[in-house]
Design a protein around this ligand. Structure first.
Ligand code: NAD
Length: 499
């Protein structure tokens, strides 16, 4: 097999290392093409132009990747924690060294403003650094024995081959957040990056290779959306794959949960969100505006923890909506290749159509546009930053995930009503609220059904903290001191006859 022949078209963001653009799968330490020669296009969402055609992997490459990972696991699992830590640290150093190029590549294939893309590279690298450190702290337990002459221990062991499937909205961070703990624990990895943004993931893997991660420890197979189920099925059916870590939509997460039942794989599912953002009457309105701008408009609203439903107390509704309209009206929109803008394009036409439909439905039901409310004059997949008020009753509770720069603001009158509305959803990833009342802060934080709660703060993600949801937002936690355990099993060892 040879790497699919292709070269990137143009270089609008002036990447220095164009050789970081990879067009094949990385298996057993080598870049390879799809045996059938099939390719699929990676497009610039700002103007729809072709960046490059890359290998469209299928079941054969998926199996080859699992073979390589299973073989590498035999030795990788026994490397010392210190060795794994040093390799992750070397990878972290290279990612930081190439932060600008990785950000340019991400902006090119994903449309993220360059400053945000740089921030994501640093955020993602943080997980490599964090788990380089955690690798050395995978302590077990010495258990006080109830029977004389025995020693009882619990030690942590790597699960085996981990399959990783990631979304397009944080194409560097989602890979790093999964590969970091997997490698630190002693697992080997097979991965399938999102079809809209495979290049960032492939570039990260190239840097891992340059950092000295041994052949077979990391394997990655890009694929179009049409061929993705074949790859997933190959890994679901493979008994050597002991873990699936998936970030993406809830329907696909459920498919993977069902599909892994036959081989009883361990699962981490980071799925969709429907985050409420409550502004109580005692909130500092400027703090609330600042928090909501971060919670909603980062990545053009395309974040699973983006504020999806804003609930504002009746007594401050007009004042707060006015302040939000002013702040949103100041956001700039444009392509990363044309300058420094706040909001880039949506990922593709499908995403744009969905945002348009949701706004049309809200307006038909009686909502009013304060700012925006239509496609942006830049054309393509650009949508205007939008504020909708007077969002009617039936839209105040469970909303579809908007995944765009559209902010619907609704009213409430009592704390009980706000909490009930916030919890009236099948999802439970993030929730936010703003208040200066300390009693209310602790009371409401306890009552919200969510894996993560931001109070007077809209940017809550950190490698130091556990990321994950409850309800249909999935299970498992990434980052923090808890992240490593997702890739480990506990082995109990009992030794008798010790006198
Ligand atoms: P998606 O579920 O469509 O795709 C995610 C990944 O799953 C992609 O790599 C895709 O190719 C793959 N996939 C698609 N069909 C599959 C199948 N049948 N079998 C196996 N894999 C398949 O989601 P998306 O549109 O890429 O991302 C948006 C969604 O991801 C949103 O719902 C968002 O909330 C969620 N998300 C969650 C988190 C989190 O941490 N909870 C983070 C980012 C995004």
């Amino acid at each position: 097999m040879t790497q699919a022949a292709a070269s990137p078209a143009g270089n609008p963001l002036a990447m220095e290392r164009l050789d970081l653009i990879k067009t094949g799968a990385f298996i057993g330490g080598e870049w390879v093409g799809e045996p059938s020669g099939a390719t699929f296009p990676v497009l610039n969402p700002a103007d729809g132009s072709l960046i490059v055609e890359i290998a469209d992997g299928g079941a054969d490459l998926a199996k080859a990747a699992a073979d390589a990972a299973a073989q590498a696991f035999v030795t990788w699992r026994h490397t010392t924690a210190k060795t794994r830590s040093s390799l992750l640290r070397a990878w972290f150093d290279l990612v930081i060294k190439h932060q600008d190029d990785l950000a340019r590549l991400m902006a090119w294939e994903m449309g993220k403003p360059l400053a945000e893309a740089k921030g994501e590279v640093a955020y993602g690298a943080g997980y490599l650094e964090w788990f380089a450190e955690e690798a050395k702290r995978a302590n077990g337990d010495v258990i006080p024995t109830p029977i004389a002459g025995r020693q009882m221990l619990a030690v942590r062991e790597p699960l085996g081959v981990a399959a990783v499937i990631t979304p397009w909205n944080f194409p560097v961070a989602m890979i790093a957040r999964k590969f970091g703990p997997a490698l630190a624990a002693g697992c080997t990895v097979v991965a399938k990056p999102a079809e809209d943004t495979p290049l960032s993931a492939l570039a990260l893997v190239q840097l891992a290779h340059e950092a000295g991660v041994p052949a077979g420890v990391i394997n990655i197979v890009p694929a179009s959306r049409a061929r993705t189920p074949d790859i997933a099925q190959a890994w679901l059916d493979d008994g050597r794959v002991r873990k699936i870590s998936f970030t993406g939509s809830t329907p696909v997460g459920k498919l993977l949960a069902r599909g892994s039942a036959d081989t009883l794989k361990r699962l981490s599912l980071e799925l969709g969100g429907d985050a409420p953002f409550i502004v109580f009457e005692d909130a500092d309105l400027d703090v609330a505006v600042d928090a909501l701008m971060k919670a909603k408009f980062r990545n053009a609203g395309q974040a699973c923890i983006a504020a999806n439903r804003v609930l504002v107390h009746d007594s401050i509704y007009d004042a707060f909506s006015g302040k939000m309209a002013d702040a949103v009206g100041r956001l700039t929109v444009g392509a990363a290749q044309d300058g420094a803008f706040d909001i880039g394009p949506l990922i593709n036409q499908r995403a744009l159509d969905k945002v348009e439909r949701l706004v049309a439905e809200a307006l038909a039901a009686g909502a009013r546009v304060l700012v925006g409310g239509a496609r942006h004059s830049s054309g393509g997949a650009f949508y205007q930053p939008t504020v909708l008020t007077d969002v009617p009753d039936h839209l105040r509770a469970s909303c579809e995930e908007i995944f765009g720069p559209v902010l619907p603001i609704a009213r409430f009158k009592t704390e009980d009503e706000a909490v009930a509305l916030a919890n009236d959803t099948a999802f439970g990833l993030a929730a936010y609220f703003c208040s200066k009342d300390q009693a209310r802060v602790w009371r409401v934080a306890g009552r919200l059904e969510a894996g993560m709660v931001g109070i007077n703060e809209g940017a809550i993600s950190s490698e130091y903290a556990p990321f994950g949801g409850v309800k249909e937002s999935g299970y498992g936690r990434e980052g923090s001191v808890h992240g490593l355990a997702e890739y480990q099993s506990l082995k109990y060892i009992c030794m008798g006859g010790l006198g």
